[in-house]
Design a protein around this ligand. Sequence first.
Ligand code: SAM
Length: 171
Amino acid sequence: MLYFTLFSTILHRLKSPQNVGAIIRSHVAFGGGPVVFVGDEPWRFRKSSQAFSRRLERLAELIFVPDDDQLLDWCEQHGFSPVAIEIDQDAISLKDFRFPRQSALVVGNEGTGLPEPFLRRCAGIVTIPQYGSAECLNVGVSASIAMYELVRTMPRANAIEGAKFCVAGRS
Ligand SMILES: C[S@@+](CC[C@H](N)C(=O)[O-])C[C@H]1O[C@@H](n2cnc3c(N)ncnc32)[C@H](O)[C@@H]1O
């Protein structure tokens, strides 16, 4: 099956329920398609994640794959180009990067990041420029910035603006 969506989000062996929840919330807010979890076990949405996701995972298709080979197979079969969001010497700065059509935005584990061999298999590696002395950004913040920039540079006709107080059923 091929998808017709702007992007998918790939969570590569994330551990923190708060980070997973926050990424799901941004993913749905920015209009993403499927969310893929790479890891030994399917991610279980407990209250600790849902406090951050606002249970928006109900609106996303969730896919679970055990390893990098199966992730890259999934991307190929479904028409996604894997783009690693990572700090790396070969990375392109986010401000200069042109996201491919149907990017799969891959973010890495909180402790170890994305593995080096995996980075080399991606269609692109993108670094979010930092200007202060922090070593790196929080992974949920990184994912959200990348999603925002992807959507900003591929404007959609039906983008929703100022929806903060638009609640279904209320005028
Ligand atoms: C907290 S970092 C992991 C850092 C890890 N300690 C290391 O040195 O590899 C977790 C994830 O956040 C993302 N990340 C953090 N800062 C980033 C930046 N400036 N640009 C792109 N991705 C970033 C990457 O996806 C990374 O794998």
